[in-house]
Design a protein around this ligand. Structure first.
Ligand code: BG6
Length: 318
């Protein structure tokens, strides 16, 4: 579909537009009446930008990132499926390196702005991974309560074939920070992590606040559905709420690994922190016809209220 055709079908005045992004790749622009904005590339269904109130960019994108068919974008929210990390498939799977299709746009009850993208198996994906799948990804800017500081991502995996398959899936979110040395992750105390930098040792997290002073690459297994990043440089929080996704990954490459990554600037490591949500530790099995849905909501906020900390998060629909 051309940009004009996509705009004719899915464009919504002042809310959803499809434009030419970097290197001519199609990009969807979402706007919320409260002023928030987000951008999603069809390539990888990749959210590359999110600005809540105040026009501050909340995601990190490397200045060295590729914006090219077949290559992942470094930053924003890479969608990981069906493999996490290395293995027989390309690193982190097939979803982030394929072009998705825009299938729906809507303006919700609580005046959220939403787009839906899809990715199904093709001859090329089946040559690498011999299963039929149907991925749906919804990006919702704003929420039911008309809060323009929220971004919700809903991922559904359906087994559309006749063979069961195991899969992992994640939203590999790169949060932007002024300085990771002045940030901490809260809410993971007592959770068992797998430390991939120490032979995948499994240990409980003892720290009430996870600070950063070296390379970090850990899977926190079956973590609580609410954690937060506290940004002491800006005096604010990024609240991360998940549902249906058991695990987190906390990752920063630090100095040496940053130098080894060709699509990441040597000096960019202080400005990002990945807190990823998904099925990451152990794979899930999906039988023919079955589907799985996982959600993550991110909230840019100046305070974590006692209500937020206590409430079991439930997604109330759009
Ligand atoms: C993280 C992994 O999720 O992704 C790290 O835990 C990895 O080990 C990082 O280095 C980045 O992966 P990639 O493929 O985008 O360079």
């Amino acid at each position: 579909m051309t940009l004009q055709e996509m705009n004719a079908r899915f464009g919504r005045e002042g809310r959803v537009a499809v434009v030419e992004g970097r290197n001519g790749l199609p990009k969807i622009q979402l706007s919320h009446p409260g002023g928030a904005k987000a951008e999603v590339y069809l390539h990888g269904a990749h959210v590359t930008s999110w600005k809540a109130a105040g026009d501050r960019e909340l995601f990190f994108i490397s200045k060295e990132s590729h914006f090219e068919a077949g290559k992942p974008i470094r930053g924003g929210i890479p969608v990981i499926f069906p493999q996490f990390g290395g293995g027989p498939l390309p690193q982190h799977g097939l979803a982030r390196i394929n072009s998705w299709t825009l299938t729906e746009s809507s303006v919700g009850r609580g005046s959220s702005t939403c787009v839906t993208l899809k990715l199904c198996d093709t001859e090329a994906t089946r040559a690498l991974w011999p299963f039929a799948f149907d991925l749906t990804y919804q990006v919702v800017l704003g929420d039911t309560y008309n809060m323009d500081n929220a971004l919700t991502l809903i991922m559904t995996v359906k087994n559309s074939g006749d063979k069961a398959f195991p899969f992992k899936a994640a939203l590999h979110t790169y949060f932007g920070l002024p300085d990771i040395r002045r940030a901490a992750v809260l809410g993971l105390t007592g959770v068992t992590y797998v430390d991939s930098l120490r032979n995948n040792v499994r240990e409980p997290e003892k720290r009430p606040e996870i600070f950063f002073e070296r390379e970090t690459d850990r899977i926190y297994c079956a973590g609580p559905d609410r954690v937060a990043i506290r940004d002491d440089a800006r005096n604010c929080f990024m609240a991360i709420e998940k549902d249906g996704m058991p695990d987190y990954v906390v990752w920063n490459p630090w100095i040496d690994k940053a130098k080894r990554m060709p699509d990441f600037g040597d000096d960019e490591w202080p400005f990002m922190l990945c807190v990823e949500t998904g099925i990451i530790d152990a794979p899930r099995d999906l039988k023919p016809g079955e589907s799985w849905t996982g959600r993550t909501t991110l909230r840019d906020t100046t305070a974590l209220t006692p209500l937020w900390l206590e409430r079991k998060w439930e997604f109330k629909g759009r």
